[in-house]
Design a protein around this ligand. Structure first.
Ligand code: PMP
Length: 369
């Protein structure tokens, strides 16, 4: 018998993906984790042009220099992070960037601080690296926001890193500047790494996004094109890691994927350099849907913080498994909170990456449950 490794044994396939396999195809899907918009035309054209120009060969391992230069400008303008193209690695989505960080820096005996709730890949990456996750509750009384004081309490000599994600999947919550800054200070005082997943940075409603990388050198900042430019299937993201961290990450990237898809890189270049009106339009649409779904759920009596970003709501629900099953039978797909953390057994995640009309219908169905 050829046995799988202990590492892979410790990891389960995604509960969310499993749910989609068994559900009714006519149901309204509020389980989706990707924008329901198409890739903007200018980006599509840049990809077609790249093919016509035969940009189909390997690219430099870290990505085309023009793209990395543009990413450097973006970090300076949007995030107040000063960097240079050598620090940037263009990756197969933020997913690869997360995996690189965990493989390059986590190992047995390391404690990794993990906000609860958080995106389920984090725990899987921690397990695949044989490190231990230490959960930090994002309390409902704090509007599900991660607070620096709660982080401080969990720091031990074994703390190697913390995963940050603002705006957050699954709660949509945006962290306060003071907490981001204070956690950045803690990373310097206690010499741990911050892995800051900023993939929902631009999907934010009336709030400003702050990056811990502006306040500490112990930060690897991850971002990507999947959410902001609806490019999920094109598999492209990036990270910024200074000289203390970059080479170790590159070793894994180089031997794992060599480089990211060349045509997606040209699409990404256009995404950053071209007009941003499609992003504005998409975020405007998401905001209307956010207002609809939150007001309807609050009217129905559910407790939930009104999210300032991403495209998820995370209401408190006493029996999530029963709720998800009933909703699914009635024609609305939602996701139980359990895979997102220990406290998820009191929550359900709903995505509003679905049309306004469908969200309205879905809320009518849920009201009738
Ligand atoms: N981080 C978070 C918080 C996400 O929600 C997702 C996608 N669901 C990712 C990373 C992965 O994004 P990508 O498509 O760039 O791999």
């Amino acid at each position: 018998m050829i046995k799988p490794s202990i590492r892979t044994k410790k990891v389960e396939l995604s509960e969310i993906r499993k749910m989609f396999e068994v559900t009714n195809p006519n149901a309204i899907n509020l389980g989706i984790g990707e924008p329901d918009f198409d890739v903007p035309e200018n980006i599509k054209q840049a990809i077609v042009d790249a093919l016509d120009e035969n940009l189909t060969h390997y690219t430099p391992n870290k990505g085309y220099i023009e793209l990395r230069e543009e990413i450097v400008k973006k970090f300076k303008n949007d995030n107040n992070i000063k960097t240079n193209p050598e620090n940037i690695i263009v990756t197969d989505g933020a997913s690869e960037a997360l995996y690189l960080c965990s493989q390059a820096f986590f190992e047995k005996g390391d404690e990794i601080l993990l906000p609860d709730p958080s995106f389920l890949s984090y725990e899987a990456c921690i397990n695949l690296a044989e490190a231990t996750s230490v959960s930090i509750e994002c309390k409902l009384e704090n509007g599900l926001k991660l607070k620096a004081d709660d982080v401080q309490e969990k720091i031990t000599p074994k703390t190697k890193a913390i995963m940050l994600n603002s705006p957050c999947n699954p709660s949509g919550v945006v962290m306060e500047k003071e907490d981001i800054k204070a956690i950045a200070e803690l990373s310097k005082d206690h010499d741990f790494l911050i892995i800051s997943d900023e993939i929902y940075e631009k999907i934010i409603y009336g709030k400003k996004h702050y990056s811990p990388g502006a306040y500490s050198d112990n930060v690897i900042t991850i971002n990507g094109f999947s959410k902001t430019y609806a490019m999920t299937g094109l598999r492209i993201g990036y990270l910024n890691a200074n000289e203390k961290f970059n080479e170790e990450l590159l070793k894994i990237h180089q031997y794992c994927v060599a480089c990211t898809n060349s045509t997606s890189q040209m699409g990404a270049l256009e995404a950053l350099k071209g007009p941003q009106d499609s992003v504005k339009k998409m975020v405007g649409e998401f905001e209307k849907r956010r207002d609809l779904i939150t007001s309807r759920l609050i009217e129905m009596g559910y407790e939930l913080p009104v999210p300032d970003g991403a495209f998820y709501v995370y209401p408190k629900i006493e029996n999530p498994m029963e709720f998800v099953k009933k909703a699914s039978d009635a024609g609305v797909i939602t996701v139980p909170g359990a895979p997102f953390g220990k406290n998820g057994d009191k929550h359900v995640r709903m995505s509003y990456a679905n049309s306004y009309e469908n969200i309205k219908k879905a809320m009518d169905i849920l009201e009738g449950l």
